[in-house]
Design a protein around this ligand. Structure first.
Ligand code: GLA
Length: 373
């Protein structure tokens, strides 16, 4: 496999969500950061009506017919490329035949959005090789369509938006209803972010994710019998309490997570802007608890990781990040105590769960980048 003769290198980012979990598809605000763990797509035009794709991580090649992209919907890994190209074209953009090499350094199954990074980088690469300027937010929206339709996850916009539009050293306070995005400097004082993968094998994550989303839709439908709210994120905590009787117990718990998490995002953004990092940490831990008890998307592995992290004196707060059911935690840890913290958490996790967790080193980085080779 050689990188010779490709024309462009286009990258998009994995992401960590600081707070605002499982609220993007409820119209809430989220606070992700793009990571230096990236997916790079090398691309060159090939003059054919095909996308020939290779991966650095797989010993396989596929050749996708531009006029028959929908046919690859169920293909285990080509579906991300086919879906991205299909919807980009359907949105009226030019897609030319090309050879692409996908080099994804976002760990698969880590909950750091490898699939969003692939979809976003592929679309940006297709636009670039076709000689078209592109709007990063539109790339994110088309990538989301690919994820929903081809990957079968009825996801929100957070991952693809962060992957495309992230900014170095900034968190994004993204309103998932309007797509207004405020960039907030990630000034963490004596703290740093630590990412730890629970390494739990993924199982049924997609169907459980879709089930949660359906439960929030049911909550909104029931609440709308009495109040005129357009999305669950617009329901206040007191409004939810006043209408608790409308909701079955499980649906109430799901709604309570969403409503409280939206409050925590508001609180965290103010705390971060004012440098109250201990308060940010407290919100992170409260978010985890709600994701565990009310939203029930954590599991013993993520609960063990978060609990261990929270119990270390150098940690101001810790939570799962992403969809859950496995994947990573994000912790705020005093920078000069990170290695002691990591040893403590890794050892404790192995003892409790029976296999190793894994640390990822990453900075907060830009979203899409394009480089002429
Ligand atoms: C996944 C989805 C996102 C978001 C998170 C949970 O990462 O792709 O849209 O819903 O889960 O916050």
């Amino acid at each position: 496999m050689t990188l010779d003769n490709y024309t462009y290198k286009v990258t998009a980012a994995g992401r960590v969500n600081i707070i605002g979990e499982h609220v993007d598809y409820c119209g809430g605000k989220v606070m992700p950061c793009a990571l230096s763990l990236k997916c790079a797509v090398y691309v060159r035009a090939n003059g054919q009506d095909r996308i020939n794709a290779e991966w650095t991580t797989l010993d396989e090649k596929v050749s996708l017919e531009l006029n028959d992209l929908y046919a690859y919907k169920a293909h285990s890994y080509a579906k991300y490329i086919a879906g991205s190209a299909y919807f980009w074209r359907q949105a009226g953009h030019k897609v030319v035949g090309c050879d692409i090499l996908v080099d994804c350094k976002v760990p698969f199954g880590s909950g750091l959005s490898s699939s969003a990074a692939i979809e976003v980088s592929v679309i940006a690469a297709l636009a670039t090789v076709a000689g078209e300027p592109f709007d990063k937010a539109e790339v994110a929206q088309i990538a989301q369509k690919a994820e929903i339709e081809f990957a079968g996850v009825n996801c929100g916009i957070m991952d693809q938006y962060a992957s495309a539009c992230g900014r170095k050293n900034h968190a994004m306070l993204l309103d998932c209803k309007s797509l207004d995005c405020e960039y907030v400097p990630m000034e963490l004082g004596k703290y740093s972010l630590v990412l730890i993968d629970s390494c739990k094998p993924h199982s049924l994550a997609e169907s459980k994710y879709n089930e949660r989303r359906a439960e929030t839709e049911e909550a909104l439908r029931l609440l709308r019998q009495k109040s005129d709210v357009s999305c669950l994120a617009d329901v206040s905590p007191s409004q939810l309490e006043d209408n608790k009787d409308l909701l079955p117990a499980i649906i109430y718990k799901r709604a309570k997570h969403v409503v409280d998490e939206c409050e925590r995002v508001r609180f965290t953004s103010v705390a971060l802007k004012n440098g109250y990092i201990a308060a940010v940490g407290a919100a992170l831990s409260a978010s985890h608890r709600s994701l565990s008890e009310n939203y029930e998307v954590t599991g013993v592995e993520l609960d063990a990781l978060a609990r261990l992290a929270q119990s270390h004196p150098a940690c101001s707060g810790s939570r799962m990040t992403g969809a859950g059911f496995g994947g990573c935690t994000v912790s705020l840890v005093e920078t000069d105590k990170i290695s002691e913290f990591e040893d403590y958490v890794l050892t404790g996790y192995k003892k409790q769960i029976g296999y190793d967790a894994k640390i990822y080193k990453a900075d907060i980085s830009d979203g899409i980048t394009v480089k002429k080779l």
